[in-house]
Design a protein around this ligand. Sequence first.
Ligand code: IPE
Ligand code: IPE
Ligand code: MG
Length: 247
Amino acid sequence: MPGPSGVMPQHVAIVMDGNGRWAKQRGRARTFGHHRGARATRSAVEYCVRNDIPNLTLFAFSSENWSRPAEEVGVLMKLFMRALRTEIRELKKHGVRLRFIGDLSRFSGPLQKAMEDGIAETAQGTKVCLNIAVNYGGRWDLVQAARQVARAVERGEIKADDVAEEHFSQYLTLSDTVEPDLFIRTSGETRISNFLLWQLAYTELYFTELLWPDFDDAAFDAAITAFRKRERRFGVLSEQLERAAGA
Ligand code: IPE
Ligand code: IPE
Ligand code: MG
């Protein structure tokens, strides 16, 4: 019988949502939820290290999140800075290679420097590649790739009529990484919110009601179990997949 491949995902992408509601349920300020969310983030990274998931992409701050109240944005920036100061050593120890995707130019000088240092410090990691999406938007990603394709056309390297999918994908962020197999969004919201628009074309989507600070190992296990039961057809028929697998 054709069916689920049962394989582990090679790349998991997560929209870590629900910090504010988690805090509100406890009568606390939204920022308390972000602090607890940071703990859940650490535990998700450790999960990938332990379970041989080689690529993890986390949506930490969207290009639209700048429009939140200045105080909340300020706390988030402080939290990033603190995490960069305190977590790099652990990441390095566990073989995690840290990268950032998004338009980093909008961040303060010291924060940009801390990100660069984190990337450099962990560059030798081979166990898990951790991509943190900050000031990231899927539309921004497409537009910056389009700009680079246009420049290649201007230089005469490609003819406009020959522009193909691979020209775009080579300039998109994460071009060197397998596309996400599994997308997880917490907090019961069932939308993409301008995350990886191109890269999610054939990703399996998984939604859970849990709020991000409550997303623990058991919750990650449940997402992986659900993923392993899925049959990914990529537009063809089950019978064709079965034949290809038997061949
Ligand atoms: C996700 O939690 C974290 C960020 C977007 C930075 P939220 O802050 O969106 O929490 P809710 O969705 O308001 O509960
Ligand atoms: C998406 O969550 C962005 C991050 C988790 C960083 P939001 O909370 O910003 O998304 P919406 O506003 O519910 O779509
Ligand atoms: Mg939210």
